[in-house]
Ligand binder design. Structure first.
Ligand SMILES: [Fe+2]
Length: 261
């Protein structure tokens, strides 16, 4: 066998060895990438609903549109849910339509990994996936006539703010101070430390590993029909429809889920 042929055979063998390595094999490359994402933040606390991916659909309200009357009126709930949130769902699907690579990504995964999305859809996905996530969370945290009861969350609120009333005052002040459209959140970090945070537009804090416990939507579309410009009154009445059962549940699971695994 000629020397040149031997060298070619050796070169081909080396190529086959490299190509079969998991790091270079196409199928396994995404696993390597997932590992990088995990190590970037090993304590992700948002529950990942892997069934919830493209094409996204409008999640039904967990109650009748009149269930929160008189604090949040039926008409506002109807329009908020079936028009505003539906638009976020539609716009998100439209943005992702021509990007099949992301069609099995959940809402949470999209929001957590925004930096990995192509630039031309990143902001649109941020706005609209954020809009869907935030509203799904918001509607779930609303329920009338739920009593506050002793729990780890209430203990933590008392420790942090001194009392429930002080917490409400600080939460309200934060909600009043949002300039324009946005949200106010009670969040927990992975260690169970709670804080009140604000976000603009449809931004949220899950990419910062802050787990939402309670949220108020202070976009005008959330209250304008009933309260017009009286955001102050809307916030006061919001405290009558916090589902404390759900808030306690949210706090209890803040360290127990990892969406990206
Ligand atoms: Fe809203």
């Amino acid at each position: 066998m000629k020397k040149r042929t031997v060298l070619l055979l050796i070169g081909f063998a080396i190529f086959l060895n490299i190509a079969s390595n998991p790091i270079f094999a196409n199928e396994n490359f995404s696993q390597v990438k997932e590992k990088i994402i995990d190590t970037r933040s090993p304590n992700i606390v948002i529950e990942d609903n892997k069934e919830n991916h493209f094409p996204f659909s409008l999640k039904p309200l967990p109650y009748d549109t009149s269930a929160l009357e008189p604090y949040i009126d039926k008409k506002t709930m109807e329009i908020h849910h079936s028009k505003h949130v539906k638009a976020y769902v539609d716009n998100l699907n439209k943005a992702l339509e021509t990007y099949p690579k992301y069609h099995d990504w959940s809402l949470e995964k999209l929001l957590y990994n925004l930096d990995d999305l192509p630039k031309d859809i990143r902001q649109t996905v941020k706005n609209n996936a954020g809009g869907v996530f935030n509203h799904n969370f918001f509607f779930d945290i609303l329920k009338k006539d739920v009593e506050i009861y002793d729990s780890n969350l209430i203990t933590k609120i008392n420790e942090k703010f001194g009392s429930i009333e002080n917490f409400k005052t600080e939460f309200k002040n934060a909600a009043l101070s949002v300039f324009g459209s946005g949200w106010v959140w009670l969040v927990s970090d992975k260690d169970g430390n709670i804080s009140i945070e604000k976000s603009a537009n449809q931004d949220n804090l899950i990419s910062e590993n802050l787990f939402p416990i309670i949220a108020i939507d202070v976009w005008e579309h959330a209250y304008y029909l009933l309260y017009q410009n009286r955001r102050n009154e809307y916030i006061d009445n919001f405290f009558n429809v916090i589902n404390w059962d759900k808030a306690v549940e949210n706090y209890e699971k803040h360290t127990t889920t990892n969406y990206n695994k």
